[in-house]
Design a protein around this ligand. Structure first.
Ligand code: MN
Length: 282
């Protein structure tokens, strides 16, 4: 029984993706900055439409899951399966690329704030070629509970606080992800159970946090060491952060852009399938 220390700080670096959307990449900015089963975390936040208006036109994925969490704004998802999903403030889109999906994510606003995240979670070899899946999760489906000096939203997994269990809408995945959004007022602390079997990290996107005597500044990820809980304290500006944990897959990861497989040969197969229009075909 021990609280988790910080193993590594990963400050978000400015980059752009899609057709020119400006974002900050923490996990996934290079191959060393990953945490099995998590591949990447991008944060986007801008009041300037020029930073997001180009969106993410049609593009493919294979071999993993993408999770988009919108804090502010409105995007429209469309994919080759015919899914159309309106992604609005506080909502989540959980997409399993499996063998292949081709989709677009386009802003439905020409002004105002667009703010949110995209997380990539790996799939084990046995599931990389399963059929694609897509789920829209409305803000109302995400439980929000008070904490002393703040509150927590649970998007995936479950948390036990004493006799109470807080269960997010996403369950039953082999990586058993825990995905929480935690808000703390200035100078308040929290203690959140994190399963010992899981790798965990957090990402501070408002204010600052102290964990095990180390500061985690705004726009930084902190990869956590082993332990069974997170003990964190907000600084004088308060804090808002994502807490993520998942069961490691322990398999080789070979990534080429939007394809994440186990071997180079499987990546070559994905590329040739995509070029031949067979990426999504069973
Ligand atoms: Mn995508």
């Amino acid at each position: 029984m021990s609280a988790r220390d910080i193993r590594q700080l990963v400050p978000g670096v400015a980059t752009s993706d899609g057709a020119g959307v400006r974002l900050r990449r923490s996990l996934g900015q290079n191959q060393a900055a990953r945490l099995d089963p998590f591949l990447m975390l991008d944060a986007f936040s801008s009041d300037d439409a020029a930073d997001y208006i180009a969106g993410f036109p049609d593009h493919p994925h294979r071999g993993f899951e993408t999770v988009t969490y919108m804090l502010d704004g409105h995007m429209l998802h469309q994919d080759h399966l015919g899914n159309r999903g309106d992604l609005k403030s506080g909502g989540v889109q959980w997409m399993t690329a499996g063998r292949g999906i081709i989709h677009s994510e386009m802003p439905q606003q020409t002004e105002g704030r667009m703010r949110g995240f995209q997380l990539w979670i790996n799939l084990p070899a046995a599931e990389k070629m399963k059929p694609a899946g897509y789920r829209d999760i409305s803000p109302e489906e995400i439980p929000q509970e008070p904490l002393p000096g703040g509150f927590i939203r649970v998007i995936a997994g479950e948390l036990r606080f004493g006799d109470e269990t807080l269960r997010g809408p996403v369950h039953g995945l082999s990586t058993d992800p825990l995905f929480c959004d935690i808000t703390l007022e200035a100078d308040t602390g929290c203690e959140i159970p994190v399963p010992e079997t899981h790798n965990g990290f957090l990402y501070v996107f408002e204010g600052g946090l102290e964990v095990a005597g180390r500061e985690v500044p705004t726009h930084s990820a902190a990869i956590l060491a082993e332990g069974d809980r997170l003990i964190a304290r907000a600084g004088t500006e308060g804090a808002r952060f994502l807490l993520l944990a998942g069961k490691p897959i322990h398999e080789p990861v070979v990534q080429y852009g939007p394809f994440v497989m186990n071997t180079k040969e499987e990546i070559e197969q994905a590329l040739s399938d995509y070029r031949a229009g067979r990426l999504t075909v069973a």
